[in-house]
Design a protein around this ligand. Structure first.
Ligand code: IPD
Ligand code: CA
Ligand code: CA
Length: 269
């Protein structure tokens, strides 16, 4: 196993102790509203600090992009390496005791993700991937599903919940996919949704307006599991645009085709 992946796993486990302990006492959780429908708890912050402690101790020179604390340079300044951290993906679920959330940590080298962990702390499911080394769930190799047809495919998504600029295009896609797929699910933790594509629980996925920390870990899981992931134009800029389509190769192509029919000038990539 790549040494950096070992460290990421250690950091994710450290965060999970904080998250799992807090999940037993949700009544006393301190919640702050960042923006409308955008919540942060003391748990997000404490988990992020714990993750950064572990990563920094092992690799002080690497830069960091973390959801709650933003961008920090490494000890040596402009490192080619950057950790991309979502300490608790699915905070709204967590606050409600809805057991679908995860820790997501990735390592990027010159903007390319090379190591990734998405850890479901409720089910103790550890998804890991190293570039060129395959994707795993609790150390067993995972692959995307073999589903060939959209009408047999289970599709994951995330609803727009804070920015509604593209709600009409989103709903038009939703309407068409509701008719053309076998079903649509909105579990509420994007990193875990992507891990579910990687292990074949979902055949495809789409969402708009995500942040790099929601996507980075899950994207490597998907490509290492034999899946495809792109922005809405079929290109690789999804970490920048935040809009993405993913799936096994067959379902991915059919999803992209449906979405292509609803792209607007403001929603091109
Ligand atoms: C959110 C979740 C959700 C997605 C949102 C994300 P957070 O992350 O991944 O599924 O729809 O766009 O912001 O805020 O809980 O870390
Ligand atoms: Ca997130
Ligand atoms: Ca988060």
């Amino acid at each position: 196993m790549h040494p950096a992946l070992n460290i990421i796993i250690k950091a994710a486990r450290r965060a999970s102790q904080i998250i799992n302990r807090a999940s037993l006492d949700l009544e006393h959780l301190q919640i702050t509203t960042k923006r409308q429908s955008d919540f942060v708890t003391e748990v997000d912050k404490a988990a992020e600090a714990a993750i950064i402690d572990v990563l920094r101790e092992a690799y002080p020179e690497y830069g960091i992009l973390a959801e709650e604390s933003g961008q920090t340079a490494g000890s040596a300044g402009g490192s080619e390496y950057q950790w991309i951290i979502d300490p608790l993906d699915g905070t709204t679920n967590f606050i409600h005791g809805f057991p679908q959330y995860a820790v997501s940590i990735a390592l990027a080298h010159r903007g390319q993700v090379t190591q990734a962990v998405v850890y479901d702390t409720v089910r103790n499911e550890m998804f890991t991937a190293s570039k060129g080394g395959g994707a795993f769930l609790n150390e067993r190799r995972i692959r995307v599903s073999k589903c060939l047809r959209l009408d047999e495919a289970l599709i994951g998504t995330g609803f727009p919940y804070r920015i509604y600029d593209h709600i009409d295009a989103y709903l038009a896609i939703f309407k068409e996919l509701a008719r053309k797929s076998a079903g649509i699910r909105r579990p509420g933790a994007a990193a875990l949704d992507l891990a579910y594509v990687a292990c074949g629980r979902f055949d495809g996925f789409w969402e708009f307006g995500l942040s790099p920390w929601d996507i980075a870990g899950g994207a490597l899981l998907i490509s290492e599991a034999g899946g495809l992931i792109s922005d809405l134009a079929g290109n690789e800029t999804y970490l920048q645009s935040g809009n993405l389509v993913a799936g096994n190769p067959k379902v991915f192509a059919q999803l992209l085709q449906v979405i292509d029919g609803h792209r607007t000038p403001g929603l091109m990539a």
